[in-house]
Every structure is written in C-alpha cells, then in structure tokens.
Design a protein around this ligand. Sequence first.
Ligand SMILES: Cc1cc2nc3c(=O)[nH]c(=O)nc-3n(C[C@H](O)[C@H](O)[C@H](O)COP(=O)(O)OP(=O)(O)OC[C@H]3O[C@@H](n4cnc5c(N)ncnc54)[C@H](O)[C@@H]3O)c2cc1C
Ligand code: FES
Length: 260
Amino acid sequence: MKQEIMTITSQQQLAPRIFQLTLTGELVNEMEKPGQFLHIKVPRADMLLRRPISINQINKEDKTCTIIYRTEGDGTKIFSELSAGDTLDVLGPLGNGFDVDCLSSGQKAYVIGGGIGIPPLYELSKQLKQKGIEVVHFLGYASKEVAYFQEEFMALSDTRFATDDGSFGVEGNVGNLILEAIKEEQPDAVYACGANGMLKMVAQVFSENPNVFLSLEQRMACGMGACYACVCHVPDDETGTKSVKVCDEGPIFRASEVVL
Ligand SMILES: Cc1cc2nc3c(=O)[nH]c(=O)nc-3n(C[C@H](O)[C@H](O)[C@H](O)COP(=O)(O)OP(=O)(O)OC[C@H]3O[C@@H](n4cnc5c(N)ncnc54)[C@H](O)[C@@H]3O)c2cc1C
Ligand code: FES
C-alpha cells in the first residue's frame, strides 16, 4: 500500500451520474488483485475522509488504472468536476481482492454484478479469462438509461442482462437470470458485487458451493483497519461481539464467513 499524488489522464461520463476516470502513477505497479480499492482524498480542505472506490482496470504497460463511480454526495460530485491534468491524492491498493487462484483452467465462474457494484468485476473477469476460466457474466441495472460497460463485458465473454424495468435484457433482478442458468449447469466458483439484497440472494442460491465470494460495501473512515468504522458481523457468534473489518479483512469474503 502506498500514498501517491496520481494524475488524471481522462475522465468521461458513461451514463447519467456514472463516470470513468483514468489515473496514472507509480501506484499502478502495486496493483495486482481484482476487487481491491483505492482510498481517494476529495480535493477540498474541509473534507477529511477519503472515499473508497474499486479498481475497474489495471494497465501496467501504460501505468494507468481506471475507476468507475456514481455521484452520490459532495465527494463524488467533486470528483466528477475534475479533468485531465488534475491530480488526486490516492492511497492504495487496499483490501484483499477476489480469489482467482481457487480455480484452474477449464473451470467455470459466474460473475454477478448489480448497479455500481459492476466496475471491479471487469478486471476480475479479465484475469479469470487469462487463466483459461470460462466466465458467464450476469449484470443487473435499474434501467437501460443507467446501464454502462455492456459492450466491454460482452467482448470478454457470455454476458446476460437484467433491468428492474425490463428496458434492457430480462425484466427483474439478476436472480431470475441465475435461476434459469443453474437449471443447465453449476459453476465452480461465484463472484458477486452489488447491493446487499443481491448478495443475500447469491449466498442463498449457491449455499452448497464453498467458492462463493462476495464483495461487501460498508461505510469507511480510515480504510486501513484502525478505526473499526466498517465492521460486519460473523455467523455463529452468540455474543454478537465478533466481527470482521471490511476494509482490511475484506472487502471480499466467502459467503459462509459473514452475516449480510
Ligand atoms: C470497498 C468499496 C468499494 C467501492 N467502490 C465503488 C465504486 O467502484 N464506484 C462507486 O461509485 N462507489 C463505490 N463505493 C461507494 C463509494 O465509496 C461511495 O459512494 C462514496 O464514498 C460516496 O461519497 P460521497 O462523498 O459522494 O457521498 P457522501 O454520502 O457525502 O459521503 C459521506 C461519507 O460517507 C462515506 N460513504 C458514503 N457512501 C458510502 C458507501 N456506499 N460505502 C462506503 N462509504 C460511503 C463517504 O466515503 C464519506 O466518508 C465503494 C465503497 C466501498 C466500501
Ligand atoms: S474503515 Fe477504519 S477499520 Fe475499516
């Protein structure tokens, strides 16, 4: 983990409130695992807490990485106003990353994403493909209007879409797509990132599979395991006192390790 002032090389809007930002710097050399995140300082003196944003793509050749974010509050709104040549104070890479080593060439992975949980799955899928893993993507959006990165995922592998309003792909959530798919085959591993409801569904549907990896999102402060702002409870803890820290023990956990 390093702290660096990284330079923005481009910023583009992908959909309403969704932006892709490319950064360059030495920090890219530290980035290995998909699912890790950057902790980015908002360039405004009164905003002290950094914002956690997942790494979307790592490109070691040109020393760049990308992030994709949705504007939510003041911090991300300020990010969206930056352009090429501006700089950001970045800490990273943080978190454990997705386990791609539990699979070997020829095995099959389901990669499941919803809304703004989709960005880190792109680097994951790239790395799985490089290992010779067969990947099927299941991506859910609120509507066609806010969908992004569809072509990129389709270019990598089989990709199935769902939207809440049925304006693109199957109507409803990704659960419908998954229930249909498992009638034909069971994957060797499952990777998911998105809203809690979606993660719960994934954990339930694949409860027999030991290789189900969920990326959790928790409000964070330090991002490095020091402040306990980001804890998540663990199963079989009668006292209710045991927990894991999402920032440094996660954000990715096996489904059996956490209570959603
Ligand atoms: C591991 C991880 C990876 C993430 N990856 C992405 C991503 O790739 N793209 C993306 O758009 N969003 C991602 N998020 C959510 C993103 O961090 C928040 O949307 C963002 O911090 C909101 O900041 P804000 O100033 O715009 O909003 P505000 O609501 O003004 O933020 C106030 C404070 O709450 C924190 N906060 C608010 N929402 C969240 C949240 N959902 N998770 C954690 N902290 C939050 C902020 O960091 C800030 O400290 C991720 C969150 C986590 C924990
Ligand atoms: S955010 Fe401080 S311990 Fe996780």
